[in-house]
Design a protein around this ligand. Structure first.
Ligand code: NAD
Length: 486
């Protein structure tokens, strides 16, 4: 299933027709399981090397295979020695001047070098007294100017250290950075370039770095405009490969669509996956299991309607004594304007999309292992709302609140709970939408294209694993950049 605007034959024809439409850039996605060299073939320019957070970012990017160039005129000399010994390059260039970073980006590769560029910019408080026009806001302009001129599939990551918002001037800079990102991600999207804000909130530097690596690489191709709080790591995983080896995972509603893609992706990273769906979907469920097993993974099917407590108990009985990862994915739509909506369909949607998660959670809580990860499927419609989807929006907004409650309640057990809010993803659920609605949905994204179930699967797999140890209580839109933040 793919979109016409990404079909190479259509694109070849359209190249010769002067139509006033902008074609999207095909995204570079990860193939296969999570590896150790996912940033190979990318250049990373880091604009500062003065403290432990800067160093962890450089080291994380380099360990993941990126060719790292550090552009700082006054770095910490010890850190530079460490970075250079690890194969990174240091350019004593100042980022203050608007062209500073651009020059570094350009010099980080030979002429015509088409490797995607990742710019990691640490946003710090200004040293000038002027709250509006100062060295920090000038630097934002400098990195934006450089990012605007890099090739396709780039990344701009703005990293805000935890000390930034402790001063009034720092808080103003943080707000300016988020505002800047809010526009920049829209500008760069048509080139397949994405922009994110990462806020360190009690997270160790390495915990921030593993989120940065995910957002710098091909696993996050369809994500743009995320604004994340990265907290203290939960769980005692230290990474390694396979990322989910020895973990038991449940994916509800996984016979087809997004759920099936998540199940396959988790299995690739080593998890034993329980594929759940309703009895009537058991053939499709068996096919999902067969695909996973054919690829060398471990999977089983459990038929159960998660909208009933009995269904949730049936899942518990099937999967046995322990579960580490629960992906609450099953969902339905029954779209109607409120005037035409029946009470039955109002209740049904709430029960399946929202109530089912509470059922499954109640059944599995006693066997949820310490350090586990919960991922709840919401929707951008749970954030923004949509004409004719009041029941769906209510249910998906409820999911967000539920995840935040679980995140707080389960912190002591090291369990994380996060929400994915997909936008327009090509599945059977969206295949029935009228053509005009589908085209409009694409135009609302910064990347000008729909997502694939694999994009949501990639994000779910990241959230399930140790690289996301610092994320809990977060809402991550997977929508090609429809809006900024959650
Ligand atoms: P889909 O309709 O293709 O698949 C949903 C699966 O859930 C089906 O296999 C269905 O049988 C199963 N299911 C439904 N009710 C169930 C129940 N009571 N018990 C067990 N299984 C049940 O949908 P999809 O597009 O893959 O969507 C997956 C999730 O992502 C849903 O929660 C949906 O709301 C959400 N989502 C999808 C999109 C999109 O663009 N496709 C956008 C935003 C959110």
């Amino acid at each position: 299933m793919n979109d016409w605007s990404l079909d190479p034959r259509v694109r070849a024809v359209l190249k010769h027709i002067p139509l006033p439409i902008q074609l999207p850039t095909p995204l570079k996605r990860l193939q296969g399981a999570t590896g150790t060299s996912e940033l190979e073939g990318r250049r990373a320019v880091v604009t500062r090397l003065r403290d432990a957070l800067d160093l962890a970012l450089c080291q994380g990017l380099a360990l993941a295979g990126a060719a790292v160039v550090i552009a700082d005129a006054e770095p910490n000399a010890d850190y530079v020695a460490t970075a250079v010994a690890a194969g990174m390059r240091h350019v004593p260039s100042s980022v203050d001047a608007a062209t500073g970073v651009l020059a570094v980006v350009q010099s980080s590769g030979a002429t015509g070098d088409r490797r995607p560029v990742v710019i990691v910019h640490r946003v710090v408080a200004p040293t000038d007294a002027d709250p509006a026009v100062n060295d920090a806001t000038d630097r934002l302009f400098g990195v934006g100017h450089a990012a605007a001129q890099m090739g396709a599939s780039g990344r701009l990551l703005l990293v805000l250290g935890q000390d930034l918002e402790t001063t009034a001037a720092g808080a103003l800079t943080a707000a300016a950075a988020a505002g800047f990102a809010r526009s920049a991600f829209k500008e760069f999207g048509p080139k397949g370039t994405t922009v994110h804000v990462l806020r360190q909130a009690e997270a160790a530097p390495t915990t921030v770095a593993s989120v940065a690596v995910f957002l710098a690489g091909p696993r996050s191709a369809f994500l743009s405009g995320l604004d994340l709080q990265i907290g203290k790591a939960r769980g005692n995983d230290v990474g390694g490969l396979p990322r989910l080896g020895a973990k038991v995972a449940l994916v509800t509603g996984a016979a087809r669509g997004i759920g099936a893609a998540i199940a396959e992706r988790l299995a690739k990273d080593g998890a034993h996956v329980w594929v759940n769906d309703v009895e009537s979907a058991k053939e499709a469920g068996a096919e999902t299991v067969a695909r996973i097993r054919a690829a060398g993974g471990k999977a089983d099917f459990v038929a159960a309607d998660v909208s009933s407590a009995a269904g949730a108990q049936a899942i518990k009985a099937a999967i046995g004594p322990a579960v580490d990862v629960v992906i609450h994915n099953a969902g339905i739509t029954r779209d109607r304007t409120l005037r035409k909506m029946t009470l039955e369909n109002w209740r049904l949607v709430l029960r399946v999309n929202f109530g089912a998660m509470a059922n499954v959670q109640a059944a599995l809580l006693p066997v949820l292992r310490e350090g586990g990860s919960l991922v709840l499927m919401s929707s951008v419609m749970g954030i923004a709302g949509n004409f004719g989807q009041a029941n769906y929006s209510a249910s998906k907004a409820g999911v967000i609140a539920l995840s935040k409650q679980w995140s707080a309640q389960l912190a002591a057990r090291g369990v994380r709970s996060n929400v994915i809010a997909p936008g327009f993803i090509l599945t059977e659920m969206t295949a029935h939408l009228p053509l005009m609605n589908r085209e409009m949905a694409k135009q609302l994204t910064a990347l000008l294209q729909p997502g694939l179930p694999e994009d949501v699967a990639e994000l779910a797999c990241f959230l399930a694993g140790p690289d996301a140890a610092g994320l809990s209580g977060q809402v991550l839109r997977c929508d090609g950049g429809m809006a900024f933040g959650a």
